[in-house]
Write a new protein. Sequence first.
Length: 300
Amino acid sequence: MSRPIRWAVLIAAATIVTPSLAASPDWSQVGRALGKGGTTLADGVYRVGLPRTDLKVSLDGVSLKPGFALGGWIAFDPMGSQAMVMGDIVLTQNEVNPVMKKLEESGIEITALHNHLLRAEPMTLYMHVSGQGDPVTLATALHAGLALSKTPMESAASGAVQPQASSQQIDFDTAAVDQAIGHKGKANGGVYQFTIPRAETITDSGMAVPVSMGTAIAINFQPTGGGKAAITGDFVLIASEVNPVLKAMQDSGIEITALHSHMIDEQPRLFFMHFWANDDAAKLARGLKAALDKMNLANS
């Protein structure tokens, strides 16, 4: 059965069930099946963070924080008692094929596999996954695949108390960066992060894909001392934006490190551009703004 047809069946099933059976999924059961609990976001998506806190990765002498470039995730979008799942799993090279094989055998689709950065040691790869159906069944399948990696699955609630991120951990001028980019960032685990939605509604097989499932521009600043920062992230682009954005980034001294797809059946067709630089934070913010000005973004 093709993916669009499976979606049509899923939508029909969600439409015709009785009200008592159309309740939202029990996310606590989904978290138990996956092996790690998550958070229900304002848009109704249940998102589980999978940062690779076990890995020590460096690039050009910068030790990368998990929230900067190693932050995998799984997100479930409810449809009655059913769900669509998408995710971005961070893997080492020797984990890729065992995880991929197990997920494929368990009915999870692989929609992309690629790098995000260049020269990082050890190299990490990013596997995008998708599925639809019963959320506990999907979570069980994802757990089977993740078990073949060393992805930490401990929830913060069951482990040691996690330090609260604050703006005091960011030793560059965040107000100047905010002003340059034209959006307000947020400190998270020593990383200053921006999430900027596109103007269009993104669909996959005819279903709207929420911003929290990976359709927003993501920009991360990690302080490197003396008002400088390393930057990386995803620019989510339509085809006509790719080369204007690429040129704007390169003109600002920002290195393009990857350009690829994340999904298969999305509309409009999207391209994801990853980048890297380590320089004065405000200078880099101005370069990023020059690139953002080439894109169709939602009003801030």
